[in-house]
Ligand binder design. Structure first.
Ligand SMILES: O=P(O)(O)OC[C@H]1O[C@](O)(CO)[C@@H](O)[C@@H]1O
Ligand SMILES: [Mn+2]
Length: 450
């Protein structure tokens, strides 16, 4: 990665150095709040650690809290970003990334408020992991687990409504026309899109779950979709024809780069179930995070837990869905994958060079769906793009396969709008890019031939 000024035509990264910007407010207010909650959670669980590990558990709790308080202080006083001291699989990559930034400026200039927002925000979650990791008995403790679990249970009614809806769709699948299939696909794609409203990072951990049936709200939400490329997603899906069976619509592989656990994950599983049971898709690969990330992101544990809870629900169609999902996993129709790159601070245009194995994996997909705001920030490099720049330009060569971002807007980067669209939104609704009220279904086609 070269210095910003060397990247001809590429705008600078968003950063907290712009006083008053959303990045600035996030680093100044939201990140310390999240850290304080993490500290409280660890402290509240002191007895649990004692029961599990005795005195060693108590020591670990104290030590972890002390490391986290130190980090909060570094953040609030804009201290330099420090190298990681644990020896995990990704430590070297993080420290090399830091060095790259230090080479561009000097040691002091790589700091919480002066460096790219994307970098420091990711770095905070990695430092939380480091604090735990350095304290072995509680290394694997997920500080965000309580929030994720609660968000799942609080959206039970909505989950039941969705599972019931899916059952109805599946029952009629044999008889429906291609147009009707497209209609159902669109609905479930939008359910998965709006599921992204329910993350716990934008609300700094406050309850943000789905209480009503999402299907009923789709019509009223439609005007809030600023870019709707669902036709292109549909064409991609329906052109995955099997050689020798050109008349048959089917059956490729879709990869879903997951975002949040809780209600959003259920909406993704519902969509994936529809894709498979309709015969549109043969296989779905889910990609999640290898450690707790951005408060509510899905880990392997969350993925399995969600399927088990759905199976165990005391509701006919919900538990039936759970049983089906477990079966998909068992048969390999669905698979869960994680890769350290998803929890690095890199823009996705760096993936081909910095994580060639992951890039090659995604190349084998016929379509990749990227869920959520953070993935959008990484797709576009979290840069200060003009709103009318095309999505393909902002991807800067990233394109292992046809891809689509399903994202509610929670950070001030948005490309691919019509001339004047951004200005109009700003005049009507100054916080349109950060409120989570608006969304995009934005399609990109691969440019690279790596
Ligand atoms: O879960 P999502 O949709 O990626 O959102 C994560 C949130 O965290 C942020 O990165 C800011 O903290 C925003 O971009 C977004 O609000
Ligand atoms: Mn998230």
């Amino acid at each position: 990665m070269a210095a910003d000024q060397n990247l001809l035509g590429v705008p600078p990264s968003l950063s907290a150095k712009v006083v008053g910007s959303f990045a600035y407010l996030t680093v100044r207010d939201r990140l310390p709040t999240i850290l304080t909650k993490v500290i409280d959670t660890i402290h509240r669980n002191k007895n649990k650690f004692f029961e599990e590990y005795g005195e060693e558990g108590i020591q670990a709790e104290k030590q972890t809290i002390s490391l986290l308080s130190k980090m909060r202080n570094e953040l609030q006083t804009d201290k330099p970003v420090l190298a990681l001291t644990d020896c995990l699989q990704d430590t070297e990559s993080w420290n090399q990334y830091l060095q790259r930034h230090q080479i561009e400026g000097d040691e002091e200039s790589v700091s919480w408020f002066k460096s790219p927002w994307l970098y420091v925000e990711c770095y905070m979650y990695r430092r939380i992991q480091e604090a735990l990791w350095l304290n072995p008995p509680i290394s694997d403790y997920d500080v965000f687990n309580e929030g994720k679990t609660q968000s799942f249970f609080e959206s039970q009614q909505a989950v039941m409504a969705l599972c019931t809806y899916l059952e109805g769709v599946k029952k009629n699948m044999e008889e429906i026309s291609k147009n009707q299939l497209f209609e159902q696909f669109n609905k479930l794609l939008q359910v998965s899109l709006w599921g992204n409203k329910c993350d716990l990072s934008i609300s700094a951990g406050q309850d943000n779950s789905q209480k009503t049936s999402p299907i009923d709200s789709l019509d009223s939400l439609q005007p809030l979709i600023l870019v709707d490329d669902s036709n292109m997603v549909w064409s991609t899906l329906t052109s995955m024809q099997r050689p020798g069976q050109p008349e048959k619509i089917t059956a490729g592989r879709v990869d879903i780069v997951l975002d949040n656990a809780g209600f959003e994950l259920v909406t993704d599983l519902i969509l994936a179930d529809f894709l498979v049971s309709s015969g549109l898709v043969r296989e779905v690969h889910f990609h999640g995070k290898s450690f707790p990330w951005f408060v509510s992101d899905v880990t392997a544990h969350d993925f399995q837990w969600t399927i088990r809870q759905t199976m165990a629900a005391n509701h006919r169609w919900m538990s039936k869905s759970g049983v089906q999902w477990q079966m998909y996993v068992k048969e390999g129709v669905w698979s869960y994958h994680d890769h350290p790159f998803w929890t690095l601070p890199h823009e996705f245009c760096d993936m081909a060079t910095d994580a060639p194995d992951l890039y090659a994996t995604l190349k084998a997909a016929d379509l990749v769906l990227f869920k959520g705001d953070l993935n959008y920030r990484k797709l576009t490099g979290d840069r200060d793009w003009d709103h009318t720049v095309s999505f393909d330009t902002a991807l800067r060569g990233f394109g292992p396969a046809p891809l689509c971002s399903l994202r509610t807007l929670k950070a001030n980067v948005q490309v691919g709008l019509q001339p004047g669209q951004g200005e109009k939104l700003t005049s009507q609704n100054p916080d349109w890019m950060t409120s989570g009220k608006y969304a995009v279904i934005q399609f990109g086609s691969p440019k690279d031939q790596i």
